[in-house]
Design a protein around this ligand. Structure first.
Ligand code: SAM
Length: 188
């Protein structure tokens, strides 16, 4: 994806991302994972990030987006539902039923990316990590949003703790100007 396409997608649906950080993330994907076969996104809101995941998804790839709000899921269905690769689940991502429903949608297929951007409190971030990490391929990625957000210091702490483990390496994108912070955990 080049910068022209990035800008066009970034400006087409309201997205809750710092543009410089998200462009760094997309450049990282361009270089390291230009095509994705499977992704779970926790927290879809308006579908701003979904638009990018759809673009990176292979022709037979699978996307599962989870949001607790009916409005977010209804909007996503209306906007993206004609693409058979795109699947949506309404519910609390931290509940076992929702994680199980996600597994049924994947049908045994392992994913490349788990994007965590739902409830930002410590218990939910931890639950999202624990409940969905086993859907990842051996070299899958877990992308956390808001690892440098002043209102959510627990996310950065949790990310730092995980990236210090021997099974992961971590990469951070933190803009100098009004950072939210994006962290990628890569399974070794
Ligand atoms: C920051 S927004 C997501 C923004 C979107 N990824 C983007 O960058 O444009 C967070 C979303 O998470 C959803 N959410 C909050 N708690 C949740 C939960 N427990 N389970 C699933 N979704 C949740 C909210 O309804 C909201 O739509």
């Amino acid at each position: 994806m080049d910068k022209v396409q990035f800008d066009s997608l970034f400006n087409s649906i309201e997205i809750i991302q710092n543009p410089n950080e998200f462009w760094e993330l997309i450049q990282w994907f361009n270089k390291n994972r230009p095509v994705i076969d499977g992704i779970i996104e926790i927290g879809i809101l308006n579908g701003g990030t979904m638009l990018f995941w759809q673009e990176l998804l292979s022709s037979d790839g699978i996307y599962a987006g989870i949001d607790i709000e009916k409005k977010a899921v209804d909007n996503a269905k209306a906007r993206f539902g004609s693409d058979i690769r795109m699947n949506f689940i309404q519910g609390d991502s931290s509940s076992y039923n929702i994680s199980e429903e996600c597994g049924k949608i994947l049908g045994g297929k392992k994913i490349d990316v788990l994007f965590i951007d739902g409830n930002h409190s410590a218990a939910f971030i931890r639950a999202d990590y624990l409940n969905y990490k086993d859907y990842l391929k051996p070299n899958g990625l877990i992308v956390f949003h808001d690892i440098h957000h002043p209102e959510y210091p627990e996310i950065g702490r949790f990310f730092n703790k995980l990236s210090a483990l021997p099974e992961y390496s971590g990469i951070k994108f933190i803009d100098k100007d009004k950072p939210f912070g994006i962290g990628i955990l890569i399974k070794k």
